[in-house]
Design a protein around this ligand. Structure first.
Ligand code: PMP
Length: 358
């Protein structure tokens, strides 16, 4: 916040004000689950032994395996939390329609929650997004509406504009809107951050995570900074997006073209830009070397973690968040023909021999 003005958020770091939000303790269930929703979260954290050795790291490099959530991504956590907060506030009840403009994972999480709880679900997304996510959404019974990719986010034809129009046309419909909904960072603050503290016994020196809405970095970062004074939070932003600071780091082009309100960028200590080639190759590396069936943004986070973890010593720990699973990318970076057509590999027969590639 500028000097002499109250912090944007009443419970910003360093503020003694009590949180205005409803917080939830975690309930671990190792017995029979009543629904799959009880199994959202509680994901494993796994040491990347082979990668540590190959890259000569002295520290522990740990992967938080969010691809192991029931819907295949970290977004299951926020989908459940946004729906349950809206239910608690009396804004929705079973039979209502959930509409969300999303490029995929939040949609899959919401579609999953909708199936179990009895909501209708409509997802609007740009045409350029992979058909793999659309197949999963349709399998879960969601209605998917594609919008043109070449329009700006505030155009009425964009996936945001389309969602707004549908909400007006549909009775008892709500847009939970992950970009402005406090339940997004709260889900991370109350669940994944608590799991990390518990799994690592409160010993984390660096956390590396990607930014889309910024909910992950805001929620995890805020809780970890409250508990571990020396921790460094590293934000990973694709080339072409505008989330990183200072803004000179950002390259014009595709990616996020606005700053979501759920994102408190003051939580991030350092920004790193990642490129597609390193991201896809690192994701394939996580799959081939460690058996972690993750998606492309997991590779983005790893490519930066390898860089920042070089400077850590033996007794230090770097945690990298792997947000989603291989399922979303069967026809893209998992496919050698796609990788070749897009110039990411030269020859499929040698694709797996090219590591380490820098
Ligand atoms: N990776 C993937 C695959 C995602 O779908 C998202 C969310 N768009 C992110 C990373 C970033 O998460 P957040 O929205 O919490 O910043």
């Amino acid at each position: 916040s500028p000097p002499n003005q109250p912090p944007k958020c009443a419970w910003a770091l360093g503020s003694s004000a009590k949180s205005p939000h409803h917080h939830e303790a975690r309930k671990i269930n190792n017995k029979i689950s009543q629904t799959i929703l009880e199994n959202i979260g509680f994901t494993p954290i796994i040491r990347l032994n082979k990668i540590e050795k190959k890259f000569g790291l002295k520290c522990s490099l740990l992967a938080k395996c969010e691809f192991m959530n029931p819907g295949g991504s970290i977004k299951d956590r926020i989908a459940l939390r946004m729906v349950e907060e809206a239910e608690r506030e009396g804004k929705i009840k079973p039979g209502y329609t959930l509409i969300e403009p999303t490029s995929g994972n939040t949609g899959i999480g919401l579609a999953l929650v909708a199936v179990v709880k009895g909501y209708r679900c409509i997802i609007t997304m740009p045409e350029r997004m992979s058909t793999d996510k659309v197949s999963i959404l349709r399998a879960l019974g969601a209605e998917v509406i594609r919008s043109p990719s070449n329009v700006s986010f505030d155009s009425p034809e964009s996936h945001f504009g389309t969602a707004d129009r549908l909400q007006k046309e549909t009775e008892n419909a709500i847009i939970l809107n992950q970009f402005v909904n406090p339940a997004n960072p709260l889900a991370h603050y109350d669940s994944i951050a608590e799991e990390l503290l518990n799994q690592c016994d409160g010993k984390i020196d660096i956390l590396v995570a990607g930014a889309g809405t910024g909910g992950t970095l805001t929620g995890i970062g805020r809780k970890l900074k409250e508990k571990i004074k020396t921790i460094k939070i590293i934000g990973v932003d694709p080339l072409g997006s505008v989330l990183a600071q200072p803004k000179e780091l950002n390259v014009e082009g595709i990616g996020k073209s606005f700053i979501p309100t759920v994102f408190d960028r003051s939580i991030v200590d350092q920004w790193h830009k990642c490129n597609d080639k390193d991201s896809f190759k690192c994701a394939r590396y996580l799959i081939q070397e460690e058996g972690l069936l993750c998606g492309g943004s997991s590779g983005s986070a790893l490519s930066i973690a390898l860089d920042v973890a070089k400077d850590l010593s033996e007794d230090q720990t770097c945690v990298v968040v792997l947000p989603d699973s291989i399922h979303n990318y069967m026809s893209t970076f998992i496919n050698d023909d796609w990788m070749m057509k897009n110039g990411f590999i030269e020859d499929p027969s040698t694709a797996n021999d090219q590591k380490p590639w820098w």
